[in-house]
Design a protein around this ligand. Structure first.
Ligand SMILES: [Zn+2]
Length: 107
């Protein structure tokens, strides 16, 4: 363990799922000194979360886009001023949501 620290490894607050020993970070790798092997727990979970989030946002973006298309159609065929204003307000809300989704997806 001390040799690991001497070689520039950092001790993590997480422990090995198999033996319970503290884990060490060596560069990009997280290893257990006792089991003498690489442990991949943290990164895999983060990656999965990111994939799920991306799928939800992508789905939501499609929904919002189809709503914008519907409102656009309604505005196109509408001549009543009050209804036009109402539709424009709806459109504005959907566009705000779309903007927010796109900002989230860029992160
Ligand atoms: Zn271990």
């Amino acid at each position: 363990m001390s040799e690991l620290l001497k070689s520039g490894a950092t001790m993590l607050s997480k422990t090995c799922p198999e033996c319970g020993s503290p884990l060490f970070q060596v560069g990009e790798d997280i290893i257990c000194a006792k089991c003498n092997k690489q442990v991949v727990i943290v990164k895999a979970t983060e990656k999965e979360d990111k994939i799920t989030e991306e799928a939800v946002l992508s789905n939501l973006e499609q929904t919002v886009l189809s709503k914008i298309k519907e409102v656009n159609k309604a505005i196109n065929s509408e001549n009543d001023k009050e209804k036009l204003i109402l539709n424009s307000q709806t459109l504005s809300i959907w566009l705000d949501i779309l903007d927010k989704i796109r900002k989230l997806r860029r992160d």
